[in-house]
Write a protein that binds this ligand. Structure first.
Ligand SMILES: NC(=O)c1ccc[n+]([C@@H]2O[C@H](COP(=O)([O-])OP(=O)(O)OC[C@H]3O[C@@H](n4cnc5c(N)ncnc54)[C@H](OP(=O)(O)O)[C@@H]3O)[C@@H](O)[C@H]2O)c1
Length: 288
């Protein structure tokens, strides 16, 4: 079967690989879509250390095509979201870890479910942290997939005041999405104390250091080991994805999706993502 592998630094290629062994605890999933994440590109360019060769991707969606004898037969033909630390940019995924396969309800589109990985899940983690603090929130990189989901969760489920920040080229896009998704900013500012959320990274450090000097608390999901900032990275649980899918079903949550590229055209996807601002999640399609 075909897979997209990171073969070396800055090198990815489409290649034939052997199907992994199928055991009684396995599920075989025919891949439909996988999200292309900033994380995948950071591994490719060496910013995040990784080993090569390896199959790219961490999340994906598809249909279950084979069920091991120790797994529930009701999963056969089910649409699922799958997390696979051994890669998802491949035509078929063999999953051996039951909690990492999450059924997708009928009225959630495969593309929407795919785009929950690596953005909406992170937004939910941040939402849980923010809810526990009585602070005004400033969100840098608010037009990111994570930022747009976080602001929807804050709008629908809290009255916390937040202020979105984006760079000039992303202002129109931010305003359009905020209108479309009915993102509203609650007027009440409860305390003078502020919480800064960094979704953009080192390019905005000058601003972040000014906040630090003012005594603001800073949470980053991008920069590890940076003085004055708390780095957050936590795995989402199946119930988190179920919550997000329920929000989609109830039309309380909208997921920004940009372009979908065929797996044969994955090099164009990488170049497109490297050279364009965030306008929603880009997806790799494995549907022929
Ligand atoms: N800690 C974790 O566990 C974890 C998990 C998943 C993701 N992440 C990180 O979380 C962040 C959000 O993820 P995402 O997928 O939602 O991101 P995304 O949609 O790709 O958006 C990236 C954001 O960063 C901004 N940005 C990038 N380069 C910038 C620059 N030079 N100056 C100013 N702003 C810049 C973008 O602004 P423009 O659109 O204007 O370029 C955009 O707002 C990413 O940095 C990602 O790597 C962390």
């Amino acid at each position: 079967m075909k897979a997209i592998i990171q073969s070396a630094l800055n090198q990815a290629k489409l290649t034939d690989i052997q199907m992994p062994t199928f055991s009684p605890i396995s599920l075989e999933i025919e891949t439909k879509y996988a999200p292309l994440l900033r994380y995948d590109l950071l591994k490719l360019n060496g910013t995040i250390t990784t080993t090569s060769p390896q199959i790219m991707g961490y999340g994906g969606t598809g249909a279950v095509t084979r069920v091991g004898s120790l797994r529930s037969n009701s999963l056969l033909h089910q649409k699922v979201l799958v997390l696979n630390p051994w890669g998802t940019f491949q035509e078929k995924i063999i999953s051996n870890i039951p909690p990492l396969v999450i059924p997708i309800p009928d009225n959630v589109a495969l593309k929407e479910a795919t785009a929950l990985v690596g953005g909406a899940d992170l937004a939910l983690t941040l939402f849980k942290i923010i809810k526990q603090k009585d602070k005004q929130v400033l969100i840098y990189g608010a037009n990111s997939v994570t930022g747009l989901v976080l602001m929807q969760l804050l709008t629908r489920h809290t009255d916390i005041n937040f202020i979105p920040h984006v760079r000039a080229i992303s202002k129109t896009y931010l305003n359009e999405r905020m209108d479309e998704y009915n993102i509203e900013i609650a007027p009440n500012i409860r305390t003078n104390s502020r919480l800064i959320i960094d979704l953009a990274g080192p390019a905005i450090n000058e601003k972040l250091f000014k906040h630090f000097a003012h005594g603001d608390e800073i949470i980053t999901v991008v920069q590890k080991n940076t003085p004055g900032m708390q780095f957050i990275s936590r795995p989402a649980l199946p119930k988190d994805y179920q919550f997000l899918m329920n929000e989609i079903q109830e039309k309380r949550l909208f997921i920004p999706i940009n372009r979908t590229f065929s797996y044969q055209d994955f090099q164009s996807a990488i170049i497109f993502q490297q050279n364009n601002p965030s306008r929603g999640r880009n997806l790799i399609s494995f549907i022929d």
